[in-house]
Structure formats: structure tokens, C-alpha cells
Design a protein around this ligand. Structure first.
Ligand SMILES: CC(=O)CC(=O)SCCNC(=O)CCNC(=O)[C@H](O)C(C)(C)COP(=O)(O)OP(=O)(O)OC[C@H]1O[C@@H](n2cnc3c(N)ncnc32)[C@H](O)[C@@H]1OP(=O)(O)O
Ligand SMILES: NC(=O)C1=CN([C@@H]2O[C@H](COP(=O)(O)OP(=O)(O)OC[C@H]3O[C@@H](n4cnc5c(N)ncnc54)[C@H](OP(=O)(O)O)[C@@H]3O)[C@@H](O)[C@H]2O)C=CC1
Length: 279
């Protein structure tokens, strides 16, 4: 199987890595060589860590040997499956799928790792809605067990089966849902993170206390502010906007503090600062 991944950021890199660990040949594309170099270096570090811990039978070099990095979308022509993991903006994804639909062989399946954008709309832009689906991996991809599979309005049973089988071959558990804003995962998770940010803004408690209360009190592995930083505050804001617009209920209104932090360029771990600082 030839597995394509678009975007070499935290999610694209993780998806490409796990696909290569599963024995697939992988092509990874990003818009600039420097993003590919950074993505490749992050994958190398993750593989080295897993190998050190005895959780990777092959050496990192062998796994990396199944991966090819490119800036050319044309390199996806022969792919059986392409998973898109670029920025969470509908207009950018729509334009990409318009091009990709003309490049990938007709029997190839296209998938989006979007956190919240309507799969049905992206499917339409690809020109192959029956062979289009949401394949939503969780962060960090090498460590998390779930793939949320989102069926668009016209996704075929065959496409859904193929993607579920592929997720299982990647060692993940696929669970299916229908195409509603935020799907299941982010419709439930993101309002909680947004509420934690609202608690910071209103001075309900300091950020360490908010995180500690949720970690120790609810046994969450990360506090909500740490998790928001980990996901990326720009991504959190985009998801809240999709929920707010798509469901039309003010209970999904993005916290003004979240909006202000994104405007200030404080995007969390990936920019070096969010609610916390990262070296
Ligand atoms: C926004 C969306 O659309 C959807 C989403 O993805 S929402 C986000 C979903 N993800 C979560 O909620 C994650 C919540 N956090 C967790 O589950 C856990 O903190 C975690 C799995 C990330 C880490 O597990 P943990 O038990 O806390 O252990 P921790 O000690 O932090 O890390 C375990 C090890 O894995 C390593 N590790 C972390 N990321 C890694 C990666 N990508 N590759 C390899 N190793 C990795 C860590 O470095 C650490 O190594 P050491 O033991 O050598 O220190
Ligand atoms: N972060 C998370 O926890 C999760 C995120 N997701 C989803 O995954 C997707 C990616 O998120 P994430 O990895 O965090 O984001 P990142 O910002 O880490 O990575 C996105 C990557 O895609 C690149 N890119 C942007 N536009 C294009 C384009 N037109 N063609 C090719 N590459 C492009 C970006 O380059 P540049 O730097 O120039 O923008 C960047 O390298 C989003 O849809 C997000 O909602 C899903 C699950 C969890």
C-alpha cells in the first residue's frame, strides 16, 4: 500500500510515522522543505525513543527508509490512501482537495484528519465524495489508541471498511460517527478546554490550580490548559469557531482570552509559549 500524508506538522508527522511503522510505504508532502526537515527530525526522535524502550522491533533507520519527503503534490498520483493534516482552515483544505482530486488515481481514497470541519463539504470539493472520509487521529499519534472515523453524506461502505481496516493495521481502534460539527471527540473535549480558559480569564483560580484540579480530581492525564497548549491554541480556536457556527448555540462561544492569545501569537507548545513556556 502506498500511503500519502499532507502536512509534516505534529499530526501529519505522527500519522506518517505510524503508517511507516506498520510497513506501509509513505510519501509525506509539505509546502516548504524546512517543514519537511523539521517533521523528519521529529519523527526520527520519536522512533529513537520507541526503539530505546523496546516498543519498535525495527531500527528507526529501517522505518525511515520506507518514507519519502516531497514538496510536490504530484507525488501522490499512485497513492492508495492520502490523509490530509494541514492547518484547520476550511478554505485552505477545500482548495487542496480540489487539486488533489485531479492528481490521485481515481480508485485512491482521500481522507482528512480535520478536528471539526464538515467532511461532506471537503468531500464535495475533492470530486470523489464516495471515496472520501474523515480519519481523525489523536495527538500524540504514536501513543494514542483511537482513530475517529467520520462518514460524509456520500461516503461508500467500501471506503469506510477500507479505512477501518487500515486503522487496525496501524494498531489503532477505529470508532465511527456521522458528520456533525466537531464530530464526537471535539464536541465533548473542546468546550471543556474553552471553559478552563474562561476560568483563567475570570480569575476563578490560577492556571496551575485549574490544571491540578482536573488532573488530580478527575484523573485526566493532562490538565486542560496544558492540553490546549499541546493541541495548539490556534487549532482550539478554529474548532470552537466551527462548533459555534455549525451548531448555532452560544454555549460554544470561543473564550475571548483564547482569541486574544492567538492574536498575540501565543499558540502553545508549537510557538514556544501559550499558558506555559516551552524551551
Ligand atoms: C484536537 C483533536 O482534534 C483531537 C486530539 O488529539 S485531542 C488530544 C488527545 N490527546 C490527549 O488527550 C493526550 C492526553 N495526554 C496523555 O494521554 C498522556 O499525557 C500521554 C499519552 C501524552 C503521555 O503519557 P504519560 O503516561 O503521561 O507519560 P509521559 O511520561 O508524559 O510520556 C510517556 C513517554 O512517552 C514519550 N512520548 C511522548 N510523545 C511521544 C511521541 N510522539 N513518540 C514517542 N514517544 C513519545 C514521552 O517522552 C515519555 O517518555 P519517557 O517515559 O522516556 O519520559
Ligand atoms: N493538534 C492536535 O492535537 C490535533 C490536530 N488535528 C488536526 O490535524 C490538522 C493539522 O494539525 P497540526 O498537525 O496540529 O498542525 P501543525 O500546525 O503542527 O501542522 C500543519 C502543517 O501543515 C502545513 N501546511 C499548511 N498549509 C499547507 C498546504 N496547503 N499544503 C501542505 N501543507 C500545509 C503547515 O505549514 P505552515 O507552518 O506553513 O502552516 C504545517 O507544517 C488540523 O486539521 C488539526 O485540526 C487533529 C487531531 C489532533
Amino acid at each position: 500500500m502506498l500511503f500519502g500524508v499532507i502536512g509534516a506538522g505534529q499530526m501529519g508527522g505522527g500519522i506518517a510515522q505510524v503508517a511507516a511503522q506498520s510497513g506501509f510505504d509513505v510519501v509525506v508532502q509539505d509546502v516548504r522543505q524546512e517543514f519537511l526537515d523539521r517533521g523528519r527530525a521529529n519523527i526520527g526522535k520519536s522512533l529513537a525513543k520507541l526503539h530505546e524502550k523496546g516498543r519498535l522491533a525495527e531500527t528507526p533507520e529501517v522505518v525511515l527508509g520506507r518514507m519519502r519527503f516531497t514538496t510536490a503534490l504530484e507525488d501522490f498520483a499512485g497513492c492508495d490512501l492520502v490523509v490530509e493534516a494541514i492547518v484547520e482552515q476550511e478554505a485552505v483544505k477545500t482548495e487542496l482537495f480540489r487539486s488533489l482530486g485531479c492528481i490521485v488515481k481515481p480508485e485512491g481514497v482521500l481522507a482528512s484528519n480535520t478536528s471539526s470541519i464538515p467532511i461532506t463539504a471537503l468531500a464535495t470539493s475533492s470530486g470523489r465524495p464516495e471515496r472520501f472520509i474523515g480519519m481523525h487521529f489523536m495527538n500524540p499519534v504514536p501513543l494514542m489508541g483511537l482513530v475517529e472515523v467520520i462518514r460524509g453524506y456520500r461516503t461508500s461502505d467500501e471506503t469506510a471498511r477500507f479505512v477501518m481496516d487500515t486503522a487496525e493495521q496501524m494498531g489503532k481502534t477505529p470508532l465511527t460517527c456521522n458528520d456533525f460539527p466537531g464530530f464526537v471527540s471535539n464536541r465533548i473535549l473542546m468546550p471543556m478546554l474553552n471553559e478552563a480558559i474562561q476560568c483563567v480569564m475570570e480569575g476563578v483560580a490560577d492556571k496551575e490550580a485549574i490544571d491540578g484540579i482536573m488532573r488530580l480530581g478527575m484523573n485526566h492525564p493532562m490538565g486542560p490548559l496544558t492540553l490546549a497548549d499541546f493541541i495548539g491554541l490556534d487549532t482550539c480556536l478554529s474548532i470552537m469557531e466551527v462548533l459555534h457556527q455549525g451548531l448555532g448555540d452560544d454555549k460554544y462561544r470561543p473564550s475571548p482570552l483564547l482569541r486574544k492569545m492567538v492574536q498575540a501569537g501565543l499558540l502553545g507548545r508549537k510557538s514556544g509559549e501559550g499558558f506555559y513556556r516551552y524551551d
